[in-house]
Design a protein around this ligand. Structure first.
Ligand code: SF4
Ligand code: SF4
Ligand code: SF4
Length: 889
């Protein structure tokens, strides 16, 4: 970057050419008073405190004046001092003087300014108006807004608009009566605020401040335990309690930004309901046991049932090291490949589909590339709810001029930023995408050069487009064909274009076809293998990518090395010094069938909650009762754990070292922040202790870094990963050697397929397995709430519960009226598999004929309703579509 040299107060300064005077000064250790400036925001230049004198130009605000070669800047002339003194006095004039009781005391920008400029208190006392006593908004569970302390700098307003993209705040009234207020002047809790806390972090005084403010005695950097974005957090600790969480400004993914869960969702760690000792079920009652007693019992029982009678459900919430050890235990100790985890329920089609077309089933590009995309196509992802910080980046790209196409059956928040909304019927993604591709080919907008050099199977694919004329596509999807044309042309002509999807694409009986349709459209337009492009599946849980990478799947060892390839099988037999099965194991859904068939008799489940998360959950509950021995390892006594014979208390993410791999393939260091609660232990350690009691070698790890060393030695894509190398910003796989710097985007020169080419896949339209009929006339689709995570085991243990405390069946006003239902009523939702009670919410967000529920609430277990019909390739159940009816209670 070009440098510019100029002087401030006779001191020569060199800075990057795009800097302002204030930025250059601060970078060089020169303080210029400022209040409305914040390095995360566009400069506003309204507080007038940062005034400087520029030779031959005069007084100007330094926060929004770019530096120039040879510029001569003075910060302490009499004119400058006079102007900023007046500005400071106006700010301090009616501000409360009770600094000692304000949480921001000693950390307040206003104090710093007053001290620096020097305020004449006697003079101010004469001008002072009676103190304001405006009502303080305490409605939010995590922070308060005290307008009496507000200095009207506008930072919170710009933060909410520029960083979060919610625009909930603005100034209201004028002059002395001016205050900051929410959209619609609602209390914060009832406003459109998403409780991210960004405005609180940015407020320079004590106006917006956290409700609980015990200062931490120490802080530790780690990774957020919630979604797959993988934001860096800094946890504050007082004694053995986690008391705060702030965004890690050094983390390349979030650069200090967080969503509500990452900032405020840490209360579960020290919650009194944490499991603290092993429990053994004796005659229907859990009895506390010693570790020796529990582990001896497990080792004895497991020894009786090795091979195909045994199954494991591993966990996308646990670390890579936990998952590696669990799959090694399953294969090397128990002699079976029957291990799976909840990726089967969310992104198995991504692994299966993208492996066919690109040779690798992961997000092709990186989060930091979003800001430079010219087009963003978000299909089947409610990004602001499920991946909030990544949604901040999408909104930023749009502000910078990118086109945003949103395709979703329901109206989602991201629509506020969209150029184009395609509201297709649930389950019709293949038709929509193939229709768009037909337009692209008919209009000759496809990338002929990219296709001829880098792809194969184009002609066969092109023939399959003939089934998708726009009349047919419009009839199937419900999207007017002009919109399909506009979307196709926009996506094909604004390059680079990034495509994002989540479970709206995958959770279908044709989920793999849906994924293939996304890879087809990216290949067709040459939007793969370059920055800010690609096909980007957004992984749901914090470590679902890592649990897949590390072989918690029934057909592959770590690194997607197939269990039935002789050379791979031999490699692992040699490394682990044991005999291994080369028969792929059963998948998640097949495990429950096999339990009910009496084939699987023992289940070892770590950190998941299938009692609530399994499609057709009643089937899973029956299966639990059929088991001869059931071990659950978790941090709480979950709905699933209540069926167990032995429950083992696991340490949470904050109590152990390890790594998570986020949605963009970045392996990051998770650090131990506090000692394990009670007698709980890290998952990997518990598994090793069971293996050792079963007299097996290869489980003598003392530190998780040793596990990572073994992972690197056996997993080509993790070959260059060590804990030392993860310290700064993690590493994105593939990282095959110790000198490799990781891979920001995939397929730059070759695809990972056998031929090195990207493979087009011909597709046909297949309807969903169970569509509405006379008996069950509504289509139920499933969703996620911003405020909860998965089965809410962690998020319902604190203030997040106040933000969303119950299940809501969202129903269109037309359907509600037809059924005589009113907002807030309790109804019964019935499918062919079960029934649940829930409150209803009447909203236009749901289209006619479609109702939506989350699966976060045990009191209304939505998955008792959903269908376990599966995709034949990826074996994922169709939780996005089933037929229900609603009855008034
Ligand atoms: S609440 Fe804080 S950030 Fe917002 S305008 Fe007032 S002082 Fe500035
Ligand atoms: S908490 Fe977040 S969404 Fe709410 S007002 Fe502040 S910045 Fe806006
Ligand atoms: S976006 Fe995801 S990873 Fe980031 S803070 Fe929120 S929940 Fe945590």
């Amino acid at each position: 970057m070009d440098k510019i040299t100029f002087t401030i107060d006779d001191q020569k300064i060199t800075a990057d050419k795009n800097k302002t005077i204030l930025e250059a000064a601060l970078e060089n250790g020169i303080y210029i008073p400022h209040l409305c400036y914040h390095s995360d925001l566009e400069p506003a230049g309204v507080c007038r405190l940062c005034m400087v004198d520029i030779e031959r130009r005069g007084l100007t605000t330094s926060c929004n004046t770019p530096i120039e070669h040879g510029m001569v800047v003075r910060t302490e002339t009499p004119e400058v001092q006079k102007v900023r003194k007046v500005a400071a006095e106006l700010l301090v004039l009616n501000h409360p003087f009770d600094c000692l009781v304000c949480e921001k005391n000693t950390n307040c920008e206003l104090q710093r300014i007053a001290n620096f400029i020097g305020i004449d208190e006697e003079y101010l006392a004469k001008l002072r108006k009676p103190s304001r006593s405006l009502p303080i908004d305490t409605s939010n569970p995590f922070f308060i807004y005290d307008p009496n302390r507000c200095v009207l700098c506008g930072i919170c307003i710009r933060t909410c608009r520029e960083i979060v993209g919610v625009s909930n705040l603005d100034f209201v009234s004028r002059g002395y009566n001016s205050i900051v207020s929410t959209f619609g002047h609602e209390p914060m809790l009832e406003s459109r605020c998403v409780s991210c806390g960004e405005c609180v972090v940015h407020c320079p005084v004590g106006s917006l401040k956290p409700k609980e403010t015990p200062l931490p005695s120490r802080e530790v950097k780690t990774i957020c335990p919630y979604c797959g974005v993988g934001c860096g957090i800094v946890l504050g600790v007082r004694g053995s309690r986690i008391v705060s969480s702030r965004g890690d400004t050094d983390n390349p993914i979030n650069e200090g930004r967080l969503c509500v869960k990452g900032r405020f969702g840490h209360e579960f760690v020290n919650h009194p309901d944490r499991l603290t000792t092993p429990l053994i079920n004796k005659n229907g009652k859990f009895v506390e046991a010693s570790w020796d007693e529990a582990l001896d019992l497990i080792a004895e029982k497991f020894s009786m049932y090795r091979g195909d009678q045994f199954a494991v459900l591993s966990s996308a919430k646990c670390t890579n090291e936990d998952n590696y050890v669990m799959q090694k235990f399953t294969r090397a100790v128990m002699g079976t490949n029957t291990i799976d985890h909840c990726a089967r329920l969310c992104h198995a089609p991504s692994v299966a589909g993208l492996a066919q077309s690109f040779g690798s089933g992961a997000m092709t590009n990186s989060i930091e590339e979003i800001k430079d995309a010219q087009c963003i196509f978000a299909i089947g992802t409610n990004t602001t709810s499920a991946h909030p910080v990544l949604a901040y980046d999408i909104k930023e790209a749009v502000r910078k001029g990118a086109k945003l196409i949103v395709a979703n059956p329901r109206e989602i928040d991201l629509l506020e930023y969209a150029d184009l909304f395609l509201q297709h019927r649930p389950g019709t993604d293949v038709a929509l995408l193939m229709g768009m591709m037909r337009v692209i080919v008919d209009e000759k907008l496809h990338d002929v050069d990219f296709i001829s050099k880098r792809c194969e199977n184009f002609d066969t694919f092109k023939e399959s487009l003939s089934d998708f004329d726009l009349d047919f596509v419009e009839r199937i999807t419900g999207v007017p064909h002009e919109k399909i044309v506009e979307a196709a042309v926009t996506y094909a002509t604004h390059k680079p274009a990034m495509l994002f999807y989540a479970m709206g694409i995958t959770q279908h009986t044709h989920g793999t076809d849906n994924v293939l349709a996304t890879s087809n459209i990216a290949l067709l337009t040459g939007n793969v293998g370059r920055p800010s492009s690609g096909v980007n599946p957004l992984r749901g849980q914090n470590n679902v990518q890592g649990a897949c990478d590390l072989g918690a799947l029934p057909n592959v060892y770590p690194g997607y090395q197939k269990v039935n390839l002789p050379q791979i099988h031999e490699k692992f037999e040699k490394a682990w010094n044991c005999t291994l099965s080369d028969v792929p194991g059963l998948t998640h859904t097949e495990i429950f069938d096999a339990i009910l068939d009496g084939k699987i008799k023992v289940l070892y489940e770590m950190g998941e909650n299938p009692a609530l998360s399994e499609a057709n959950a009643g089937h899973a509950l029956k299966a639990f009762e059929h088991l001869e021995f059931f071990v659950v390892q978790d941090i709480f006594l979950t709905e699933t754990a209540q069926y167990a014979d032995v429950v083992l208390p696991a340490a949470s993410y904050a109590e152990k070292d390890g790594t998570f791999t986020n949605t963009e393939r970045r392996v990051q260091h998770v650090r131990k922040v506090i000692e394990p609660i009670g007698q709980s232990k890290p998952d990997w350690q518990i598994i090793c202790e069971i293996a050792k009691r079963m007299k097996k070698s290869g489980f003598d790890f003392e530190q998780p870094s040793q596990i990572m060393d073994e992972i690197a030695s056996l997993t080509p894509s993790y070959g260059g990963i060590t804990y030392e190398r993860l310290e700064v910003k993690g590493l994105q796989w593939p990282c095959p050697s110790i000198t490799h710097e990781g891979t920001q985007f995939l397929h730059a020169e070759f695809f990972a397929t056998a031929t090195g080419k990207g493979k087009f896949m011909p597709l046909t339209y297949k309807p969903s397995f169970e569509l509405p009929d006379d008996e069950y006339p509504l289509l139920l689709t499933t969703e996620r709430s911003l405020y909860h995570f998965h089965t809410a085991t962690m998020t319902r243990k604190g203030g997040l519960e106040i933000l969303r405390d119950k299940e809501l069946v969202e129903i269109n006003p037309y359907d509600a009226q037809a059924l005589g239902l009113k907002d807030g009523e309790i109804v019964k939702v019935i499918s062919r598999r079960g029934e649940v009670e829930s409150h209803i919410k009447v909203t236009d967000v749901s289209p006619k004929g479609v109702v939506s529920m989350t699966f976060h609430f045990a009191e209304s277990p939505t998955n008792m309703l959903t269908s376990d019909a599966i995709d034949p390739i990826a074996k994922i159940p169709e939780t996005k579509v089933c037929a229900v009816r609603i009855e008034k209670l």
